[in-house]
Design a protein around this ligand. Structure first.
Ligand code: NAD
Ligand code: ZN
Length: 342
């Protein structure tokens, strides 16, 4: 089969012919239909310090996908050829305290699909049945392809109650943009989004942001005053990984405000911890998705009208992967999809 892989320890990706994966007795073999390009994949292509330290080569990359079940292992009862499915990208150990207690998203021994086990940028992928999500009838296959990052957005956005609350989202990347739609859906009052990219700020407005403002020139205090907000943001969703964004957020939270932090900083961030202490803030780290409550919530919110389609900005055939990756890395795109049909 054809697969996009990191073949050697150097920048770039290669479209190569590799053996089809086997489905073990507990596995599901899936014919990949569509995939999404994630920031992680860009790091792997660029072969930055994180990728060099994390990715064994050779490795088939990619983890955001939708596809059709073609074969199931002999222990698998719940999936059948033809089912439309996606995969949870974190393969957990199943044996640690958290796994045994049903808190699989807190497993300390996860393997990552397309990171340290073979990924989804391929014609076929085999994953354990415990990682397969069977989509609801009628789901848009393009939305199904991005359940993994949508799950990041949903997990973060549902970390704290947003009904009636004023929400600050820093970072309008694909995940921040999806989070705008989610907190709109869950009944937030004002949703203020910051970024430094005008194209993405435009998308944030389309997703339903009350205000989408350039973090470089805009004072969040002034935005609050304009919106008639007196006490600061109730909930903050940090989705940029940038130090100035986190500092701005902490400085603009209401007393007792709650911050869910998804963005992955590339270096240590110094904070004015007095603001955290005296304003009695809660800061919660978010990683991945809850297995499988987040997946359930995605299904039901989509069924109830959640619309993330404006985030899906570009589509390419997998053979045009170089152009697709360049587009995803550029400043006029959000989620870029690869089509694996034919
Ligand atoms: P992305 O890099 O596309 O989006 C980040 C956005 O932040 C960009 O649009 C960028 O312009 C913006 N930004 C840069 N400086 C800013 C500033 N000072 N203020 C506000 N915004 C600023 O990433 P994404 O795919 O949307 O993911 C969002 C973040 O979440 C990234 O940091 C990513 O690494 C991280 N992530 C975490 C998990 C997890 O499980 N914790 C999973 C996936 C992604
Ligand atoms: Zn575990």
């Amino acid at each position: 089969m054809q697969a996009l892989m990191k073949r050697e320890s150097a920048p770039g990706l290669t479209l190569a012919e590799v053996p089809e994966p086997d489905a073990g007795i507990n596995d599901v073999l899936i014919r990949v239909q569509k995939t999404g390009i994630c920031g992680t994949d860009l790091h792997i292509r660029d072969w930055d310090a994180w990728a060099q330290a994390t990715i064994p080569v050779p490795m088939v990359v990619g983890h955001e996908f939708v596809g059709e079940v073609v074969e199931v292992g002999s222990n698998v009862n719940d999936f059948r050829p033809g089912d439309l499915v996606s995969g949870e990208g974190h393969v957990v150990c199943g044996r640690c305290r958290n796994c045994m207690a049903g808190r699989r998203h807190l497993c300390a021994h996860t393997e990552g699909v397309g990171v340290n086990r073979p990924g989804a940028f391929a014609e076929y992928i085999s994953i354990p049945m415990t990682n397969v999500w069977h989509h609801a009838a009628g789901v848009d296959p393009e939305v199904a392809a991005v359940f993994d990052p949508l799950g990041n957005a949903v997990h973060t956005a549902l970390a704290f109650k947003t009904l009636g609350e004023d929400v600050l989202i820093t970072g309008a990347g694909p995940i921040g943009l999806m989070a705008v739609a989610v907190v709109r859906h869950t009944g937030a009052r004002h949703v203020v989004v910051t970024d430094v990219n005008p194209y993405r700020l435009g998308l944030a407005t389309r997703m339903g942001a009350t205000r989408a403002v350039d973090a470089r020139s805009c004072d969040l205090g002034a935005v609050q005053a304009e919106l008639g907000m007196a006490e600061g943001f109730d909930v903050g969703l940090e989705m940029s990984g940038q130090a100035p964004a986190l500092r701005d957020m902490v400085a603009n939270m209401a007393h007792g405000g709650r911050v869910a932090m998804l963005g992955i900083p590339t270096e240590e961030i110094a904070l004015d911890w007095n603001q955290v202490v005296f304003n009695m803030l809660t800061i919660k780290g978010i990683y991945g998705r809850e297995m499988y409550e987040t997946w359930y919530m995605m299904d039901v919110m989509l069924e109830a009208g959640l619309d993330i389609s404006p985030v899906l900005t570009h589509r390419f055939h997998y053979t045009e992967f170089e152009a697709a990756f360049d587009t995803a890395k550029g400043d006029r795109a959000a989620k870029v999809l690869l089509d694996w049909a034919g």
